[in-house]
Design a protein around this ligand. Structure first.
Ligand code: CU
Length: 117
């Protein structure tokens, strides 16, 4: 009974952490040499802040070998690109209105966000 309570509390703590406390790593474009690394099921960083109204270039480096991670989709921008393995790939981002633009792999297991503004 005690064990069940502890497990329950741990689960609640985990849920609170996940939904309220956890904020994905965010980086601003221009802070150092920003490279988005695709590895172990994640994009890192997964939130990329870019200036609005200005075309920019994002660098992706895919270290993950899973074939799904090869495809990079940015649906709102109609971008679909193939990321080579262990080789830097430059993705041209057009001038954007302020807002959030999701990007993900083919099956949406890897997820990230471009934040313009
Ligand atoms: Cu995937």
């Amino acid at each position: 009974m005690l064990f069940i309570n502890i497990a329950g509390i741990a689960l609640i703590a985990l849920i609170i952490w996940w939904f309220w406390l956890y904020t994905p790593q965010q980086m601003k474009l221009g802070e150092g040499d920003l490279v988005i690394v695709v590895e172990n099921g994640t994009y890192s960083p997964s939130r990329i802040k870019i200036p609005e109204g200005k075309p920019v270039e994002l660098k992706f480096l895919r270290k993950d070998q899973s074939p799904c991670s090869e495809t990079l989709l940015i649906p709102k921008l109609e971008i679909s690109e193939t990321l080579p393995s262990n080789k830097l790939k430059l993705i041209q981002i057009p001038a954007l209105e302020p807002g959030e633009y999701d990007f993900h792999c083919q099956m949406q297991m890897y997820r990230g966000k471009i934040v313009a503004g």
